[in-house]
Design a protein around this ligand. Sequence first.
Ligand code: NAP
Length: 482
Amino acid sequence: MKNKWNEGALYRNLVDGKWLESKSVMTIYSPLDDSVLGHVPAMTKEDVDQVFLAARKAFYKWRETTIEERAEIMYRAADILMDRIDELTQLLVVEIGKDRKSSKAEVERTADFIRFTADTAKNLSGESIPGDSFPGVKRNKISIVRREPLGVVVAISPFNYPINLAASKLAPGLMAGNTMVLKPASQGSICGLSLAKVFEEAGVPAGVLNTVTGKGSEIGDYVTTHKEVNFINFTGSTDVGTRISRITSMVPLLLELGGKDAAIVLADADLDLAAANIVAGGYSYSGQRCTAVKRILVLEEVADTLVEKIKERVEKLRVGNPLHQDVDIVPLISTKAADFVMELMEDANEKGASLLLGGKREGNLIYPTLFDHVTTDMRLAWEEPFGPVLPIIRVKTKEEAIEIANRSEYGLQSAVFTQNINDACQVAAALEVGTVQINNKTERGPDHFPFLGVKSSGLGTQGIRYSIESMSRPKAMVINIH
Ligand code: NAP
């Protein structure tokens, strides 16, 4: 298949409003057929210094722009994204191997996100606080609180939503008045640079949005510890997020990390609804989603029936290469990722789990896999596979389900399926996670809801208003009337 991405085009970085080459380049291959999609700069430390210099210089002017001016740029960016939806959908398919329908949905969701962010920023109000509500303070003292930008914000995005999870940092960061340095995932960097181009064409001035490309393992530490950084907004693995929090000091962070989201199915649940949500939540984009359902905790008395209903649906999933057909299960992003999933499956097999479906691998394509009778001594009960494999753990009571759910190092989301509102609320209250979905799969969004992880799943809160607030700070002016 020929398109402009597999002719090996050279993609340049956006630095200070110009598209610049670097001395060395990194080749980006498609995970679907190993074709060369293009080359992006592998930036050096000197290049990164230039980026931060530009971002710092631009900050002082950008923070003086009005919210209305920034919003107009955002609306134009959303329109340009939608004008290019076919091109960007195809890019997502070839660069990160996402199925076509989900790729298109990612672009649409991003345009909606950007528009909603502009609207939200326009409607955010500050506050005025009367002093005399505090003991001993006279009526003449009033505090007026406004929000100020933080300065230069580093946005680091993962491979799995290279357009949406970059824009969901850039748009609120820019609306808050910050200048931005985007470091996209290497596999996903053509998507990241294409998004930067959209913002540039929409009118983001020189230096306000800049990009850094290159391997995170080589350039990441230099970027995150750079003296010009005022805030880091990172989405990715717990390993890298933990490293960033260790090596940066006194720099505020927003971290959205890994997860091991549980779907808890109680005895009175609507089992058809639970099965449909579990399969959609567990297997879409081959499980390469932070909020994918990653384990099922089901009450023994309904386990057999639930398992049958899940099996029926998994058997209908279409498996293959999204370049050639409409599929649900796509090849994983890399051989390393597929090897890791196989390792977890072998461990479960060796320790006596029952393999009900799948377990087969062709290249990096792993067939949708379902294990029953998974026990807590197996790695699959605890580790995040980021692949199309679901473990079923049978439990005797809802208390046992809660205990196992909470024993995880992660705390992103959980789902609980039950028709009893009291049970739903009790389980939800007891779960140590950022969000509990009642009678629905775990998922990010709608994007104006707060989204956060606790424990090893993150630090700080995203979601449109929350993201704007995270990337700004209150500033108080105290008026004393004499
Ligand atoms: P990753 O390997 O942690 O990479 C994420 C980003 O960090 C990439 O841009 C990567 O660049 C960069 N990076 C690597 N080393 C770095 C360093 N030392 N300093 C700074 N940046 C560095 O994660 P991934 O494989 O792309 O994404 C999958 C993970 O993300 C999963 O664990 C998933 O659960 C998590 N995730 C979480 C959320 C959420 O909202 N909670 C959403 C999506 C994904 P390179 O690509 O160049 O290495």
